[in-house]
Design a protein around this ligand. Structure first.
Ligand SMILES: *[C@@H]1O[C@H](CO)[C@@H](O)[C@H](O)[C@H]1NC(C)=O
Ligand SMILES: *[C@@H]1O[C@H](CO)[C@@H](O)[C@H](O)[C@H]1NC(C)=O
Ligand SMILES: *[C@@H]1O[C@H](CO)[C@@H](O)[C@H](O)[C@H]1NC(C)=O
Ligand SMILES: *[C@@H]1O[C@H](CO)[C@@H](O)[C@H](O)[C@H]1NC(C)=O
Length: 499
């Protein structure tokens, strides 16, 4: 097309856009979906989180468990919910139809009918076939899915609520690296076929978690640019994969289509495949930072907004971003980055600019109340060679989140003094700034000037006491009584170590 013709076409388009704005708004602009995890020491209150979701155009959310306050906050919100049934419940629910019925009654029916929660899916288990589980949940998964489905039917919810199983991308593979050669992992191939067949027969979907960041984390030779979506006009990555007449320019497309090819190979190509988790962390690893996370998530958001899927599935499926918020009480078994997946910080403030449809940037949570502007730091007159320091820091970091202190992380470059101060402050904030939480054998003191430096932020926690408490399982609900116990115990231990 000549540039003149192109301009003319553009002019026509603009004219049409002006004349028929409604038609243009009805284009397949997909709304956003996110994972809302509640394993934070000071979880963002439910009502504030729901408003944060809505303010930023998220209309679907995934919960890992039936967190009562989160579910209540989602009532009548217009947000659709995928509700997780944790792996620990797979065996009991698989073993007993009654257990499945009770779970549905207590955790689905009640919220749908009493609280007006728009539950659309039950996610049965979370990555139950993960290789590292060594088969632990394999036998129970399909029977649990079947029992939950039967329970949904019995509860009269089967038209509205469907079953799914979120799986890790390690359930399929391609031996020659081309997506078209995709097939299920041999040890679970039969199980995958039975499971997907059941989901298909019952109006369910398959949910898959895809993590380009983890590809990079696991393999230092993984080509960095292939982990990201190519920016428009940029030359394709050197690592692009030619598959027949399709060029795969990024690992997401290649990975997703490997699964689609596997499904098609087994006559299961009709199953919708939702992306249950995808994202990029900002701390806790050398590749986890705001620049990379912004690059990845903006590429992802642009694809979602454009509705652009993969070569084999041209329509972008529902994609649940991982995650909405940071969670400082998550297990760090996978790595220190695990507590830093949020698009937003723990308090709902954006970590970096991210454009929504129309170039509108994401906006922060409103109405968050914080503890006082004070920090706990190493006393200026205390020596870093004080023999009690190691014990104090170890104790502080056992009960609070010190993952930002690691090499290559946001606080990894602090000098020894600031390093200790950071650990003290994390503990002090985690303990709701109780005076006794800034003692540390007389090595610490409270200051009112922000000790943050460079990329390292000395946080002030959310004042959960001034909000209606949310979340049920996370340690954020550790009452001040149990904090007192932690403090008494820890300080006694410290004293013993020092003497
Ligand atoms: C409802 O879900 C919660 C959270 O997963 C769980 O602890 C509880 O046992 C469930 N209720 C039933 C009846 O299974
Ligand atoms: C979460 O917090 C509780 C209470 O402070 C603690 O016992 C537990 O080890 C923490 N879990 C993680 C994964 O940090
Ligand atoms: C800072 O603290 C972390 C965790 O306690 C430790 O691994 C690291 O070596 C410390 N660095 C310095 C410079 O003291
Ligand atoms: C703590 O240290 C300061 C200064 O070193 C000292 O004045 C104070 O008496 C100490 N307090 C206790 C309880 O040891």
């Amino acid at each position: 097309m000549s540039s003149c013709a192109a301009l003319r076409a553009l002019a026509v388009l603009l004219w049409v856009a002006a004349a028929y704005p409604v038609v243009f708004r009805a284009r397949p602009v997909q709304a956003l979906a996110a994972n809302w995890g509640t394993r934070a020491l000071h979880p963002l209150p439910g009502d504030i989180t729901v408003r944060l979701l809505r303010d930023n155009g998220f209309d679907k959310v995934k919960l890992f468990e039936a967190d009562a306050p989160a579910l209540r906050a989602l009532g009548h919100s217009g947000i659709q919910v995928m509700l997780g049934l944790p792996n620990e419940l797979l065996a009991p629910v698989a073993a007993s139809v009654n257990a499945a019925e009770q779970w549905v009654l207590q955790n689905v029916s009640t919220y749908v009918s009493k609280f007006g929660v728009d539950i659309r899916y039950v996610a049965v288990g979370n990555e139950p076939f993960l290789k590292s589980y060594k088969g632990k949940f394999e036998a129970a998964t399909l029977p649990a899915v079947q029992n939950v489905q039967a329970a949904l039917v019995k509860a009269g919810l089967a038209r509205q609520v469907h079953v799914t199983v979120p799986l890790n991308a390690d359930v399929y593979e391609s031996l020659d690296g081309r997506p078209s050669s995709g097939d299920f992992r041999p040890d679970i191939a039969g199980l995958m076929v039975s499971l997907v067949r059941f989901l298909l027969d019952n109006g369910g979907v398959l949910t898959i978690n895809i993590y380009p960041f983890l590809s990079l984390y696991a393999d230092p030779n993984f080509p960095m640019d292939y982990a990201f979506f190519p920016s428009p006009g940029a030359p394709p990555s050197q690592a692009s994969v030619q598959d027949g007449n399709v060029l795969y320019t990024n690992v997401f497309d290649a990975n997703y289509d490997t699964l689609i090819a596997a499904l098609e190979k087994h006559g299961l190509g009709a199953i919708p495949v939702v992306v249950g988790e995808i994202g990029w962390p900002t701390d806790g690893d050398k590749n986890a930072n705001a620049v990379n996370a912004q690059r990845f998530n903006q590429g992802l958001f642009d694809r979602i907004i454009a509705g652009k899927g993969t070569p084999r599935r041209p329509q972008m499926p529902d994609v649940y971003v991982f995650a909405l918020l940071d969670e400082d009480n998550k297990s760090v078994d996978p790595g220190n980055f695990e507590r830093h997946w949020g698009v937003f910080n723990y308090d709902g403030s954006p970590k970096y600019r991210l454009n929504l449809a129309g170039g509108r940037p994401i906006v922060p949570a409103r109405g968050v109340r914080y503890l006082s502007k004070q920090w706990c730091v190493l006393r200026p007159d205390a020596s870093t060679s004080d023999p009690a320091i190691a014990g104090a820091v170890g104790y502080a970091c056992q009960y609070s989140d010190c993952t930002s202190l690691g090499t290559g992380s946001s606080c990894g470059n602090l000098d020894a003094r600031a390093n200790v101060s950071y650990a003290f402050n994390q503990f002090f904030q985690a303990a709701n700034q109780q005076k006794a939480a800034c003692n540390f054998n007389n090595l610490s003191t409270i200051v009112t000037t922000d000790p943050s430096q460079g990329t390292c932020r000395f946080e002030i926690m959310i004042d959960t006491g001034r909000h209606e408490l949310t979340g049920k399982s996370a340690a954020g609900r550790v009452a001040s009584a149990s904090w007192s116990a932690v403090l008494a115990l820890g300080l006694a231990g410290l004293a013993a170590a020092a003497w």
